[in-house]
Every structure is written in C-alpha cells, then in structure tokens.
Design a protein around this ligand. Sequence first.
Ligand SMILES: Cc1cc2nc3c(=O)[nH]c(=O)nc-3n(C[C@H](O)[C@H](O)[C@H](O)COP(=O)(O)O)c2cc1C
Length: 173
Amino acid sequence: MDISKSQAKSVSGGGKTLVVYFSHSGNTRSLAQQIHERVGGDIFEVVPVDPYPVDYDAVVAQAKKELNSEYKPALKSKIKDVGSYDVIFIGYPNWCNTIPRPVVTFLLEQDLSGKTIGPFCTHEGSRLGRSATDISKLCPQSTILEGLAVRGRDVGNAQNQVSAWLQGLKLLK
Ligand SMILES: Cc1cc2nc3c(=O)[nH]c(=O)nc-3n(C[C@H](O)[C@H](O)[C@H](O)COP(=O)(O)O)c2cc1C
C-alpha cells in the first residue's frame, strides 16, 4: 500500500485525516504533499495498474476516449481501512473538465458514505470544472467541502492558497 507511515493525527475539530491523490505529471503530487504537511494524517497515491502514456497528446487522446465511458481502470493498491478516516482530501489534475478515471475507480471502490471530502485539483485554466459535482454524484452520502484549484505552474508557490483554503474550511491542525 502506498500509504505513508506517519502516525495519523487529528485536524482541528475533526478526526483522522487522509490525503488521497492521483497525479500524472507531478503537479498534484506536489500540492497533495503541501496539504498533507499542513493537516497531518496519512497520504495515499492512486496508481493505475496500466500507466497513462507520458506523451501529452497521447494521454489527452486516451482521457477523451475514457471520458464518457464506464471505464474504471484497476488500481495497484487499495486502502484497507478507509472507515477509520473522517476527513478525506481528494486531489487530481483537471482532465477534460472533470476527474481522471482512476479517481472514479477510487471513489467507487471505497465506501465514503458519512465522510467529509475536500476536493483539490491542479489545472491549466478550467479550475475545478465540474469535478466537485461529479464527485458528489459518485459519493451521494458524503459531505463535499468547497474545493481548492491551483494552476499547475503555481503549485510551487501555493502555500498561502493552501493555508487560506484550510483556514476557510477550519481544517488546519
Ligand atoms: C488528459 C489531460 C486533460 C486535461 N484537461 C484539462 C482541462 O480540461 N482543463 C484544464 O484547465 N487543464 C487540463 N489539463 C491540464 C492539467 O490539469 C494540468 O496540467 C495539471 O496540473 C496536471 O497535473 P499533474 O501534474 O498532477 O498530472 C489536462 C491535462 C491532461 C494531461
């Protein structure tokens, strides 16, 4: 399992926290790590069994093909005890205005009912697109918090944005 060994801590006013992310070219990984540093708890990378092509045009073509399909790519590992988390941050690159399919697999494989979900994404102009709406459709029994959107090229300087977002959500440890 790609879960960090760090001891799960509590965010202020909440319970055990998990940061989950999928990243193709590293931007969302960087943002996820910054959020994890601020909120503590565990971190888990969603990794599809079949990697996406590195070539930009090829991955865009594949993502477009997958968009309106029922495709749920198999993931390399699964979180064993998602029930022990109260707040779950879910991060992803905006792909074609929504969540990449590996994130769909993650959301469908896990029972996130009763959980609080904090969506965050990196993007190149479309911000969250319809990703938060699509997450709420896949997780109708979860509470979806206001999401964070950071431009890919700005992830290196996103500390203030991350802090303001977490403060707004009252989720800073
Ligand atoms: C397949 C694909 C589709 C994308 N679609 C969008 C989009 O609809 N809107 C947008 O703003 N950015 C889009 N992007 C840009 C990515 O969201 C952005 O580069 C992101 O920071 C990549 O994150 P990563 O490095 O974690 O993979 C797309 C990128 C890829 C590869």
